[in-house]
Design a protein. Structure first.
Length: 158
């Protein structure tokens, strides 16, 4: 009986220890603070061709790929956690491609079907990308797609 009580107390101690611990999320690389963007939602695809979506909750990233944009809703995708070096490189790439200065909309009126895309990224109150397009792209867009691929571990995104 006494042993049973001790195991119950030990069980409560272990349970208490595990529920009070918090996960420490790294914030520095080589002594430098690296903030993660507050919002990341990026999509490229079409009605019937390959479609891709990436979104983040500041720590994890969910990557989805499907045949057609409406099929993305039915897929759960893959969730993973980029390391801080990947986030740092992604932010540097956005700076390099002047993504913070993209226009709100890029449209090629001569094409009715084709590739749609959007990028919504908030990296602080003064660094926001809210841009989309239909068969038209800002300067540096191919580099931007390469930066997204690096962030998601070289998974397909085009």
């Amino acid at each position: 009986m006494r042993l049973r009580g001790l195991s119950f107390v030990l069980g409560l101690f272990v349970l208490g220890a595990t529920t009070s611990c918090t996960t420490v999320i790294p914030t520095h690389v080589d002594g430098e603070y690296v903030p993660r963007p507050e919002v990341v939602r990026i999509f490229i695809g079409g009605l019937f061709g390959p479609s891709y979506e990436v979104f983040s909750d500041r720590v994890t990233v969910r990557y989805k790929m499907a045949r057609g944009m409406f099929a993305l809703e039915k897929t759960s995708g893959v969730t993973f956690t980029p390391d801080l070096r990947q986030w740092k490189q992604f932010r540097q790439d956005l700076d390099q491609f002047n993504a913070w200065k993209w226009q709100a909309r890029y449209v090629n009126e001569g094409v009715m079907d084709g590739t749609k895309w959007y990028a919504t990224i908030a990296d602080g109150p003064n660094r926001i990308i809210s841009s989309s397009g239909s068969n038209a792209y800002p300067e540096g867009f191919d580099g931007f797609l390469a930066a997204v691929r690096r962030l998601i571990g070289d998974r397909e995104f085009k």
